[in-house]
Design a protein around this ligand. Structure first.
Ligand code: SAM
Length: 429
C-alpha cells in the first residue's frame, strides 16, 4: 500500500470509531480482518497515523477548522509529520486508493493555520471537563503540560542488573543507536523510526535473554524510589504484568522474598514467563483464589508494600491517546474508590517500621495527594516521608525539582522530566 492508501484507511477506521464509539484497538483489529491484503507493515503504518491523530485531536481540529476524520488525518500528516500541502496533493494524485483531492479550504488550513486564540484544553489536547482538574495542579502551564502529553512517547528499556550492566546492554543494542536515559541509572532510550514506531526490541537477543525489559523511565524511577533491598520481604500488591515486580526484584539481587499479587488473575499471567527470562528467583506469585485471602499470612510482615494503584492513566496519554478522549468524570470517581480500597488493604501488610509506596500513572490530585490525605486520616500510624529524603536515599537527588507542591510526592510528567506521568509517595509506619 502507498502512503496515500494508508491515509484513506486511517480515515475509514476513524469514521468507524466515531460511529461505534469503541476502543481503537478493536477498530484496528476488525479492519485488519476485513482487509487481508494489508500486510503487517501496512497495518502498523495505519495504526501509527491513527495514534498521531488521536494524540492531537482537538488542536488538529482547531487548525483544520473541522473535526472530521478526513480533516484530522490531513492535519496529522501536515502538522505532525511535516508533509507540505503540495506533497500531499502529489501523493494523492499518484495513488488510485488515495483520499479525494485537497479542496481549496483544506489547502489554506494546511498552509496557514495556527493555534492562536485556542483555549487551554484545545492547545493542550485534553477533554474540556478536565480543564479545572489540570488547572488545579499546573495552573497556567496546563496547556503546555497537555501538549507534552500529546507528543509521541519514547521507547525506554530498563537494564536488568541480574543479567548485566547498562554498558553491556548499550553495546549489544548499538545498532539501534541507544542512549542512556537522563534520570534512571538503569535506563536506555531507543530512537523511534520515522513513522513514530519503535524497532521490534522484543526480538532482540538482549531482550530474549533478559538483559533488558521495556519500561518507561518514569516507571523505573518509581521502582527505584521504593528501594527494595536484598533480604527484605516485599509485596507488590497491584503487580499486573509485573513491570515493577521485576525492577524491585533486581534491586533485591534475588535475596529475600518478593510476593506479587493482583486482584485480576489474567493480568498476572505474563509475569511467570517474564520472571523466568529475567532470572528472578526470589518471586512468589500470589494469584487470587476466589474469596480466599491469599495474603493473610503476610499481615504485618512486609518491609515494603508497593501499591501501583489502578488509576485513570492520565500520565500515559502519549501511549494511550484513545483513553484520554474516552475518560469520563464517573471513571475518575471509580478509580478513587479503588485507590482508597487498595491502600487500606496495603496498610495491614506493612510491618512496624516498614514502608508503603504509593504510585499512580496519573497527574490528578484527586488520585494522588487527595488519596494520601484520606489514607492518613484513616491510618494515623503512617507518616509521610518527605519526597526529597526518599530521593536522596535512592541516589536520585537530581529529581528534587520534580517534587510536588507540598513535598509529599514526586510528580513526573513528559514536560517536566521527559518521562510518562507518574506520582510517587513514600509512607512509613
Ligand atoms: C497500574 S496497574 C499495575 C501495573 C503493574 N504494577 C506494572 O508495573 O506493570 C494496577 C493494577 O491494580 C490491580 N488492582 C486493582 N484493584 C486492586 C486491588 N484491590 N487489589 C489488588 N490489585 C488491584 C489491577 O488489576 C491492575 O492490574
Amino acid at each position: 500500500m502507498k502512503p496515500a492508501a494508508h491515509a484513506s484507511a486511517a480515515i475509514e477506521i476513524l469514521t468507524d470509531l466515531e460511529a461505534k464509539k469503541r476502543p481503537v484497538a478493536d477498530a484496528l483489529k476488525d479492519w485488519g480482518l476485513t482487509h487481508r491484503f494489508a500486510g503487517s507493515k501496512d497495518r502498523a503504518q495505519i495504526a501509527s497515523l491513527i495514534y498521531d491523530v488521536l494524540r492531537k485531536r482537538s488542536s488538529l481540529g482547531f487548525r483544520m477548522g473541522a473535526e472530521t476524520p478526513r480533516a484530522l488525518v490531513l492535519g496529522a500528516l501536515a502538522f505532525t509529520r511535516g508533509i507540505s500541502a503540495d506533497d500531499l496533493a502529489a501523493q494523492f494524485a499518484d495513488s488510485p486508493h488515495a483520499p479525494d483531492a485537497l479542496s481549496d479550504a483544506e489547502r489554506k488550513a494546511l498552509n496557514s493555520s495556527t493555534l492562536e486564540g485556542a483555549p487551554a484544553f484545545v492547545r493542550g489536547d485534553y477533554p474540556q471537563w478536565l480543564d479545572a482538574h489540570l488547572q488545579r495542579i499546573f495552573g497556567e502551564d496546563r496547556a503546555d503540560e497537555g501538549a507534552a502529553l500529546s507528543e509521541r512517547a519514547p521507547l525506554d528499556l530498563r537494564v536488568n542488573l541480574l543479567k548485566g550492566t547498562r554498558e553491556e546492554a548499550l553495546a549489544e543494542l548499538s545498532h539501534l543507536h541507544p542512549e542512556p536515559t537522563p534520570h534512571s541509572p538503569l535506563g536506555i532510550r531507543i530512537p523511534l523510526l520515522a513513522d513514530g514506531r519503535g524497532p521490534p526490541v522484543q526480538s532482540e537477543p538482549a531482550f530474549l535473554k533478559g538483559l533488558v525489559e521495556v519500561q518507561d523511565e518514569g516507571s523505573q524511577i518509581a521502582s527505584l524510589i521504593a528501594q527494595a533491598k536484598p533480604g527484605e520481604q516485599v509485596i507488590d500488591l497491584c503487580a499486573g504484568g509485573g513491570g515493577k515486580t521485576l525492577a524491585l526484584s533486581a534491586g533485591m539481587e534475588n535475596k529475600g522474598q518478593i510476593f506479587a499479587h493482583d486482584r485480576d488473575l489474567r493480568r498476572l499471567a505474563p509475569l511467570h514467563e517474564r520472571a523466568e527470562r529475567a532470572g528472578v528467583r526470589n518471586l512468589q506469585i500470589r494469584s487470587p483464589r476466589g474469596k480466599e485471602d491469599v495474603l493473610k499470612d503476610l499481615e504485618g510482615k512486609a518491609d515494603l508494600v508497593l501499591v501501583d494503584a489502578p488509576c485513570t492513566g492520565a500520565g500515559t496519554w502519549r501511549r494511550n491517546p484513545d483513553a484520554k478522549w474516552r475518560m469520563r468524570p464517573g471513571s475518575l470517581e471509580i478509580r478513587q474508590k479503588e485507590q482508597d480500597a487498595v491502600l487500606g488493604d496495603a496498610a495491614r501488610l506493612v510491618k512496624p517500621g516498614g514502608r508503603l509506596v504509593y504510585i499512580t500513572c496519573s497527574l490528578l490530585a484527586e488520585e494522588n495527594e487527595d488519596r494520601l490525605q484520606a489514607f492518613r486520616a484513616a491510618h494515623p500510624g503512617f507518616r509521610p516521608v518527605p519526597i526529597r529524603e526518599a530521593l536522596s536515599a535512592a541516589g536520585l537527588g537530581a529529581l528534587d525539582p520534580y517534587a510536588n507542591a507540598d513535598g509529599s510526592g514526586l510528580l513526573l510528567t513528559p514536560r517536566r522530566s521527559g518521562t510518562d506521568g507518574f506520582f510517587v509517595a513514600v509512607l512509613r509506619q
